[in-house]
Unconditional design. Sequence first.
Length: 319
Amino acid sequence: MQNRRTRTPRYYPLKTLWLAITLAGFSSTWTVPAGAQEGPRRLQLIIDTDAGLDDMVALALCLQEPRVNVRAIVLSDGVLSAGQGIQVVGRLLVAMGKAGVPMFGPSPERARPPAPPFRPQVKRRLDLALPMRPGSTPGARLLRMLNEKELAPGPVTLLALGPMGSIRRLLRLRPELKDRLAGIVAAGAPGTTRSFNARFDKEAWTEVARSGVQVTYLVHGPAALKPARWARQAPPGGAHARDRLTRAGVLVRQLLSTPEVARHYALDLSELTDELPLFYLLRPSLFTRRPQQGAHITLDPTDSRGLFKLFNDVLLKGN
């Protein structure tokens, strides 16, 4: 409605995020990796992102999924800078009706990795897909501490869609949190060569792996190959009427409505990657575990039909 006031996303200093996890107050002894489950319990997530296009799709899916509670979103430098990420993620939160989800970012004075050469093109594409609208100004200027009312107790899993620079800083600020996390689920292969996130911030990727918190790595593969039709503006969810789409379905269709953006998502980012952590947490049976390497777990998606059915289930009402 025209007169309805739009809530503005809130942005908080990264050093206050530890409160969100400290209040969880649970042991690190668990048997299922990083909170993966197929039961009815609601998953409690804190999501690290560098606000690439596939991150934005993954965020929309997480925010839509009723079995997930997104407690906070952490911005790391990567595809976009953390500051640019605050802008576009803020617009996404408003579009999803989730403006109350708090955002966190690193201190502006910290050292930053060099920007990737494609950052301006990705930012332009995201501005096309998620243009600034009246009432959707991100809340980076609003600084206040988290309070207990915003933080429900329960297990917390860190979902790493970005290069984990802010996760590294968080674990440095509050090393005692290592024993309180359910784990980290990361989009990408272990090591520092096979994924953009690892190559962009090798120090963060390596330090988090050595932090003592168990990391579950999800490696994309042939089963996660996106349909070529998505590049022709035939988006996930199919040609269903708008009234059959969830908010995430409408947003994903909006994101991919521009031919340039649709081609980038379907062809340049040709395999599901940042979408996989949510799918793993919801349906771990869709993945196969690789032989154990060190203290961490590496999984491959093996059920293509199951993956894309789960994708559509989040985008469509009544599925």
